[in-house]
Design a binder for this molecule. Structure first.
Ligand code: NI
Length: 389
């Protein structure tokens, strides 16, 4: 492979920058999907379209019988205005690959290219399925792909995924033993009061005061109701009400996210918030509509699959460059694949202090050390080779 590494590196950088320049938000990844399809077709790889989804499936059928390994890449971007000053800066106003999904997509395409062009396809006993998944950021893509049967025919035995991590230096890799990501549910709250003149509050019912009490009261749930050894998060990320300094508005709209590492804790959070909102209604005479929108469950990796990936990473990078990571309160809809099949997700270090590449995911300054591309390809090509030859 070494002779071809420079060529592969150039191809990866070029491909990633193309995705980076033309990012598309969840469920609108049509250009991205077309590009992926083009590349797979050029590589002579079978493509399966999905109904009503921009994502797609690529399939390499091995010459011999054996297992089917799936490699997953998410393809969507975020509604963020890129602030990086690079030649391949986003050409789509207000949209940016700020979570590195351009990198994940490119890596899995690179693996496909490597398998086809290095002749590994002729040695495979079993199949490699590439799951190019839309709408990760809204947590719906995997669920819909599973419903469309992407894990069947041929039946997938194991799923591998990756996500870049600016918390780890480029050239290093993190693996989760079992639990990797928290569950994430969105909640919305509409508080209806009664509008009034700001100078005569007694004639109205103030939804802002009621909403403020709600925001304060739910802070006690994690602090006082959840066991100190269990982790949980409640964040209100949106609180919209009113338009003028001297008017009490009729309504307040709040939205937030709750996160937990177990269903038990998740249920407890929901139950306590419902109780608190009852109290708020009685105390302030407001009418409240509190809704929970279930999105992504906690992501639990399969321990055997994790340790398989750990060994692969040690083989490719050396033992000093691989380590196990504790779970994080971010969410990852790979969780839906990991529920269906043994699965594991790798964290690929992408930070580089000297190059100033230190910004977190979802930052308008986020960027990766592009060395991560070739490392990702080497890792997952080795994972395929070990699984199927
Ligand atoms: Ni992401």
């Amino acid at each position: 492979m070494h002779l071809h590494e420079d060529k592969m590196r150039d191809w990866l950088v070029h491909t990633r920058r193309d995705f980076h320049m033309y990012p598309e938000v969840s469920n609108q990844e049509s250009r991205t999907g077309e590009r992926i399809k083009e590349i797979l077709s050029q590589l002579d790889i079978e493509v399966q379209d999905l109904h009503g989804l921009t994502g797609l499936v690529g399939l390499i059928r091995g010459k011999g019988q054996g297992k089917t390994i799936a490699l997953r890449a998410d393809i969507d971007a975020l509604p963020i205005q890129e602030l990086n000053d690079v030649p391949y800066k986003s050409r789509h106003d207000g949209i940016m690959h700020a979570c590195g999904h351009d990198v994940h997509t490119t890596i899995m395409l690179g693996v496909a290219k490597q398998i086809q062009e290095a002749g590994l396809n002729k040695e495979l006993k079993g199949n490699v399925k590439f799951l190019f998944q839309p709408a990760e950021e809204v947590g719906t893509g995997v669920k819909e792909m599973v419903a469309q049967g992407v894990l069947e025919d041929p039946k997938v035995d194991r799923v591998f995924g990756c996500h870049v991590s600016p918390d780890l230096p480029a050239g290093t890799v993190g693996v989760y033993r079992t639990l990797s990501h928290a569950s994430a549910d969105r909640f919305s709250l509409v508080i209806e009061g009664k509008g009034a003149h700001g100078g005569r509050p007694n004639e109205g019912i103030d939804p802002i005061v009621a909403g403020s009490y709600f925001v304060s009261a739910i802070q006690s749930v994690v602090g006082r109701n959840i066991k100190p050894t269990d982790a949980a998060v409640i964040t209100v990320g949106k609180f919209m009400a009113g338009k003028a300094a001297n008017v009490i508005p009729r309504q307040a709209d709040l939205e937030g996210t709750i996160r937990a590492f177990s269903n038990n804790v998740r249920d407890q959070l929901i139950e306590r918030m419902r109780e608190i909102i009852q109290g708020i209604q009685q105390t302030f005479s407001v009418r409240c509509d509190l809704q929970f929108h279930e999105s992504v469950p906690a992501c639990v990796n399969d321990e055997d699959t994790s340790s398989f990936l750990y060994d692969v990473a040690v083989h490719v990078l050396g033992s000093d460059r691989v380590r196990y990571l504790p779970p994080i309160t971010g969410s990852e809809d790979f969780a839906f694949f990991a529920i269906e099949r043994p699965g594991a997700i790798l964290r690929l270090g992408c930070a580089n202090r000297e190059k100033g590449l230190v910004h977190p995911l979802h930052s308008p300054h986020f960027n990766v050390d592009e060395e991560v591309l070739l490392i990702g390809v080497r890792l997952f090509t080795e994972a395929v080779r070990r699984s199927l030859t």
